[in-house]
Design a protein around this ligand. Structure first.
Ligand SMILES: [Zn+2]
Length: 295
């Protein structure tokens, strides 16, 4: 997971340029939800602006797992418009014993728990996500460590709920790369204690980002990045001719750019190579063995 830094004003400009008048129609709908005290509508209009998020997120990457999906010409059906805070109901997420053991505590949303009826059309409540992350995994869950504020209308002030998932878009939540890094193919919480560590651990567990069985192809994708990147890092660091180094640098820059899949993994591996080359070699070999064993 990486962040896509953008201010609300910049995002509004992108939306206006894509669909003129969309924000006015969205505001009218939100006013109706406010009067009704709940989310209720016969049809929705957020798919009209899905491509803005697809472009923003490294040209069609899932915001959570960093898998690259097909682009906007042919790939819209592969992407869901994901509501970070669920719009009509929040259901409990079952925390694992391993996560509880790490000290993570979840607030129970209550039964029945309403959704965030003032946020279905908030630009900082959207992202584009793959169907495994959005439909199969996240669904209507939204774990927090503080008190739920279902009537909130501003994602910035709603940070007071202490959400346990990272919202990668915007300029107000934690930068995902400050909270989650990778050791080889495995995501790791970077902070050593407190809310930030719990948020990182929960995000990894919630989206099953370290599940080499349930999300085998996701993890394999990271292994492919590492096995391709490692020879290029060796070339750039060695005594190769300038033309070979230039190609290696081009590939390394590509793999670590926000537009590539598994950017956080690639950047973490590049850092490891530069600080502990022996461990990087071991990780490269482990990634190669993982590809072989999962084929
Ligand atoms: Zn995903």
């Amino acid at each position: 997971m990486i962040g896509y830094r953008i201010s609300l004003a910049q995002l509004e400009n992108l939306i206006d340029a894509e669909v003129a008048g969309w924000r006015t129609r969205a505001d009218e709908r939100t006013k109706k939800f406010k009067i009704a005290g709940k989310y209720d509508e016969a049809s929705t209009i957020w798919s009209e602006i899905k491509v803005v998020y697809m472009r923003l997120q490294g040209e069609a990457k899932c915001v959570y797992c960093e898998r690259k999906l097909e682009g906007e010409e042919r790939g819209k059906a592969e992407h869901d418009v994901e509501h970070f805070r669920p719009k009509s109901s929040v259901r409990p997420w079952k925390i694992s014993a391993a996560l509880s053991k790490q000290g993570v505590f979840l607030t129970q949303p209550g039964k029945p728990a309403p959704g965030y009826h003032l946020l279905p059309y908030h630009l900082f409540n959207y992202s584009a996500a793959c169907k495994p992350c959005n439909s199969a995994i996240k669904s209507d869950c939204f774990p927090v460590a503080g008190a739920y504020q279902f009537t909130g209308d501003d994602p910035v002030t709603l940070l007071g709920e202490q959400p346990l998932l990272i919202y990668p878009i915007g300029d107000f939540d934690h930068d995902p790369e400050e909270l989650i890094g990778f050791h080889g193919i495995s995501p790791q919480a970077i902070p050593q204690q407190g809310y930030k560590r719990h948020k990182a651990l929960t995000t990894i567990a919630f989206f099953e980002l370290d599940d080499a069985i349930g999300r085998k192809n996701l993890v394999r994708g990271r292994a492919h990045v590492i096995t391709t990147l490692y020879p290029q890092l060796l070339t750039l660091a060695g005594n190769e001719p300038a033309n070979k180094k230039a190609i290696a640098k081009m590939l390394i820059d590509g793999f670590t750019s926000p537009k590539s899949e598994h950017t956080n993994c690639a950047r973490s591996f590049r850092t490891l190579f530069n600080t502990d080359p022996d461990e990087a070699e071991r990780i490269f070999e482990a990634a190669a063995r993982f590809i072989d064993s999962s084929s």
